[in-house]
Design a protein around this ligand. Structure first.
Ligand SMILES: [Zn+2]
Ligand SMILES: [Zn+2]
Length: 421
C-alpha cells in the first residue's frame, strides 16, 4: 500500500472552526465600521501583471526582490500573486477611470496576499489583509479620519492595548535632503551594518531605520530624525494631522523611526502595534501615497490607506478577549422509527426558520444522544419518541442550567426563537 501523504504547503494554513468565527467577526466589524465612513468594497483579482507590483512597491524592496510569487503563464506573460493590496486598487482606480467620479473615492478590500517569506510565528506565505484606500483628498483631515476609523475598528473588536505610531516621511521636495543626511550619518558605519542595510544604503537609506538586526539598531543611536527635515508644507500637514488626532481623541506616539518598507509612501505613515504579540507586533499599518496614481498613468491624485493583518488581529483576539462561539440551538434526541421520520421534518422546519438544529441518531441510546448534545454544547435538547408523538407534547432540557419542561409540538419554533433572541 502506498502511504502518500498530502500536506498543506509550507507557510500556508487551514483556518478551521472555531477560529473561523473570529475571522468572520473581524471581517463583519471592519465592514460595518468602514461603511459608516463611506468606504465601499472593491474586489480586484488576486493575480496581476508582475509590473503592477514592481512599479509601485519598488524594485529594490524585499517584497519585489525576494518574496513575490511570480510565474510565467501559458501565454508567456509574467504574472504575480498579489503581495499586498494597494497596487491592485490603484491599478483599478486608474484603469477604470474612477478619478472621474466625485472625490474622495473611498474603497476597502479583503482577501489573501502572498509572500514567499521564511515562515515564522505570526507570519504566513498566504496571509489575509483587510485594507482601505481613499483617493482624491490631500488634507490631513482625511489622514485623521482614516486613522480614527482604524481606531474604532480595533475598539469595536475589544482590542484596547494598542499603540498608534505616527510619522511623516516627507515628500519629493524634502526627502532627498534627509536621505543625504542619512548617507552622511551611516557612511562611517557600513562595515557594521548588515548586508541588507548595505544594499539599502545605496538604494533607499530610509529603510535602514526599519532594520530589526540588533547591530543596525545600535548604529542608529543619534540618527537624524526625519521629522526635523520636513519642508514647511510637510511640517504643516503633519502638525495639523496631530492636532486633528487630538481633536478626535486618538492617542498616538510620534515615532520618527517608522518609515515603512514600501517605496510609495509620502508624508504620513502609521502603524498600530500591540504589546501582546511577539516580535511581529504590527497589527495594521498604512500611509499616504500622493504620487502613486500618477505613476500608474492617472492624473495627480493624493491618496491614503492602510491594511490590517488578519492573522495577528485574530491572534490578539484569542489572547486578550473572551469569546462565545456559536452552538446549536437545539438537539433532537430521537427514540424509535416513527420519531426518526417525524424529527427529520421538525429539524428541517426549524432550519428553514434559521435555527441551528442537530438531529440525533435513533439507532443510538438516549444516553449516548444526550452525551453528543452535550459535546456539541447545544442550548436545548428535545426528546422525541412514540409517546411524545402520540401526545403531541415534547420534553425539553436546557443544558446550561438543567432546567426542563414540556411544550406542544406546535410551539417548538416560537419557543426556540424567543430563547435565542
Ligand atoms: Zn516635504
Ligand atoms: Zn540592517
Amino acid at each position: 500500500m502506498s502511504s502518500l501523504q498530502y500536506k498543506a504547503l509550507k507557510g500556508m494554513q487551514d483556518i478551521l472552526p472555531p477560529d473561523i468565527y473570529l475571522w468572520q467577526k473581524v471581517e463583519a466589524v471592519a465592514r460595518e465600521v468602514f461603511s459608516s465612513y463611506g468606504f465601499q468594497e472593491i474586489r480586484p483579482p488576486v493575480v496581476e501583471s508582475t509590473n503592477v507590483f514592481t512599479r509601485s512597491i519598488g524594485e529594490n524592496t524585499d517584497i519585489v526582490e525576494k518574496e513575490m510569487y511570480t510565474f510565467t503563464d501559458k501565454g508567456d506573460r509574467s504574472i504575480s500573486l498579489r503581495p499586498e493590496g494597494t497596487a491592485s486598487v490603484v491599478r483599478c482606480y486608474v484603469e477604470k477611470n474612477l478619478h472621474t467620479l466625485p472625490s474622495p473615492q473611498k474603497f476597502y478590500y479583503a482577501g489573501p496576499m502572498f509572500r514567499y517569506e521564511r515562515p515564522q510565528s505570526g507570519r504566513f506565505r498566504q496571509f489575509y489583509q483587510i485594507g482601505v484606500e481613499a483617493f482624491g483628498d490631500d488634507s490631513p483631515r482625511m489622514d485623521a479620519e482614516v486613522i480614527s476609523m482604524l481606531r474604532h475598528c480595533l475598539e469595536r473588536l475589544g482590542l484596547k492595548e494598542v499603540t498608534f505610531n505616527v510619522n511623516s516621511i516627507g515628500c519629493a521636495e524634502c526627502r532627498p535632503a534627509y536621505k543625504e543626511k542619512l548617507i552622511e550619518f551611516f557612511a562611517g558605519g557600513l562595515d557594521t551594518l548588515c548586508p541588507d542595510c548595505n544594499r539599502r544604503y545605496s538604494s533607499n537609506p530610509l529603510r535602514i531605520l526599519d532594520c530589526k538586526v540588533e547591530r543596525c539598531k545600535d548604529m542608529r543611536q543619534g540618527v537624524p530624525k526625519v521629522t526635523d527635515s520636513l519642508c514647511s508644507g510637510c511640517r504643516t500637514h503633519f502638525d495639523s494631522l496631530l492636532s486633528f488626532l487630538e481633536l478626535l481623541g486618538v492617542s498616538y506616539t510620534v515615532n520618527p523611526d517608522m518609515v515603512r518598507g514600501l517605496d510609495y509612501y509620502t508624508r504620513t505613515t502609521f502603524e498600530v502595534t500591540s504589546e501582546n504579540l511577539g516580535a511581529q507586533n504590527a497589527v495594521a499599518a498604512g500611509g499616504r501615497y500622493d504620487r502613486l496614481v500618477k505613476e500608474f498613468g492617472g492624473p495627480e491624485t493624493p491618496a491614503i490607506g492602510f491594511a490590517m493583518g488578519m492573522e495577528r488581529i485574530v491572534e490578539l483576539l484569542k489572547n486578550t478577549v473572551a469569546h462565545a462561539f456559536p452552538t446549536p440551538d437545539v438537539f433532537l434526541a430521537v427514540i424509535g422509527d416513527m420519531a426518526a421520520r417525524e424529527s427529520m421534518v421538525i429539524a428541517d422546519r426549524l432550519r428553514g426558520k434559521g435555527l441551528w438544529a442537530e438531529l440525533g441518531d435513533s439507532g443510538n441510546s438516549l444516553k449516548s444522544q444526550m452525551r453528543k448534545a452535550d459535546r456539541l454544547s447545544s442550548k436545548y435538547v428535545f426528546i422525541i419518541g412514540d409517546d411524545e408523538l402520540k401526545s403531541g407534547r415534547l420534553k425539553w432540557k436546557k443544558l446550561s442550567d438543567s432546567s426542563h419542561g414540556e411544550i406542544s409540538m406546535f410551539e417548538i419554533t416560537d419557543f426556540l426563537q424567543k430563547s435565542s433572541s
